[in-house]
Design a binder for this molecule. Sequence first.
Ligand code: ADE
Length: 261
Amino acid sequence: MLRFDVLTLFPGMFAPVLAHSMLKRGQDKGLLTVKVHNVRDFTADRHKVVDDMPYGGGAGMVMKAEPILLAVAAIRQEAQAVGEDIRLIFPTPQGRRFTQDYAQQLAGERRRIVILCGHYEGVDERVRMTLVPEEVSLGDYVLTGGELPALVLIDAAARLVPGVLGDPSSVVDESFSEPLLEYPQYTRPAEIAGVGVPDVLLSGHHEAIRVWRRKEALRNTYVRRPDLLTGRMLTREDQQLLNELMSEGLLTAPTSCREEE
Ligand code: ADE
C-alpha cells in the first residue's frame, strides 16, 4: 500500500483529481491511499492565520512555520503510533529534478510520503531548517503552489504500483522506463481524412509489428530526444534498425542540431 499525506492550504484541489481514472482505481483496489490535511487546522490562534508579511518587507505573503511544524509532528506521531515512519517531500523549483527514477523510488516507498505544499511567496525558511525535507522540482518554471506538483508526484508513482494499471506490460514498454520514447499508436477507424494506418499494424504479424514499433521508437527518440541515446549501449537489433533509418534517409536531424541552424 502506497500512502501519501498531503499538507495544503487548498485541500479542495485534490478530491476532483483523485476521483478519476487510475488514481481512483488504485484507491478502490486498496493499493493507494491519499490523505489530505488542511494546514489551517493546525493553527493555534482564533483567526487561523497561516501566512504573514515577510520580515524585511517586499511583496506577497509567507507561509508561517508553526502550523506546518505542528501538522508534520501530528502526522509523524500518527505514523509512529502504528510503527511507521514518514518521508517528507517539499515541491519547489529549487529542488532536484523529478524524474521517472524518482517516481519509481516513490512507488516502492514503505514509509508514509508526506508532501508539503507551499503557497504564496514562499514558506518560512525555518520549515526547511528544522524539517529538512527532500526538495523536488518539476522543472524550471514557477507554479502558484505545490498542489499541482504533489498531484504529479502521486500520479507518476501510483501508476507504477503493480495492479494500479490494468496491463503491467504498459508500464514496462513505455517512454522513460526504457528509456526510449514511444512508438506511434493508432486505433479505429482505419482511415481519417484520407490518412490511413501503417499496413504492418493491420497485418496481424506480431514479430513484424514488434520490429516496426521498435524502429519507430528509435526514430522518435533520435529525432526528438537524441540525448537519451548518447552513451547508450545499443543491441544489435537497435543498431541495425538505426542503420536502416539512416540509409532510408528518414531520420531528420536531431532537434538540438536543428535549433543551432
Ligand atoms: N512549486 C512552484 N513551482 C514549482 C515547480 N516548478 N516544481 C515544484 N514545485 C513548485
